[in-house]
Design a protein. Structure first.
Length: 149
């Protein structure tokens, strides 16, 4: 199977998907969460190249996103630019939702920029149609979506 759980030792291979040097604070934060066991990251690998990733976060301090034992947060779903629109995002999303359900969660949440129409279409296609919050942060306008799994 081309999707596997990311080990901490392989974290920096994700630099093939996104340039960690452009946001070193987030890269360190996500590494630390992975090391602490609060973040579970899955990667899509083809020909030993990391082409996409998605993470599940158990607790992030925002009850819209996480409720212990009930709601898990889908974080940082990204596919390498040249590999988009090939179904990899859908495969990663399906895998993460299945894994969250196996962990015993009944809900999964995510946040997405309003301007990210490609991602929003995918999320809606996968059943993320319940908007629980609309807001704006330093990155722009976004929505928080939730789905029962």
């Amino acid at each position: 199977m081309p999707i596997k759980e990311l080990s901490l030792n392989d974290y920096f291979k994700c630099n093939n998907i996104w340039d960690m040097s452009k946001d070193p604070d987030r890269a360190k934060c996500w590494y630390d969460e992975l090391a602490a066991g609060n973040r579970i990251t899955f990667v899509y690998i083809e020909d030993e190249q990391y082409l996409g990733e998605v993470s599940l976060v158990k607790e992030n301090g925002d009850s819209d996103y996480t409720v212990p034992g009930q709601r898990i947060y889908l974080s940082r779903m990204i596919v390498k630019k040249e590999n988009r629109n090939q179904g990899l995002g859908g495969l990663l999303l399906d895998h993460a939702m299945c894994y969250a359900k196996q962990l015993g969660y009944s809900e999964i949440s995510l946040g997405v920029d309003i301007s990210n129409t490609g991602a929003r279409r995918l999320y809606e296609k996968k059943g993320f149609t319940n908007i629980i919050f609309v807001g704006e942060d330093k990155d722009g306008k976004f929505v928080k979506l939730i789905k029962t799994i």
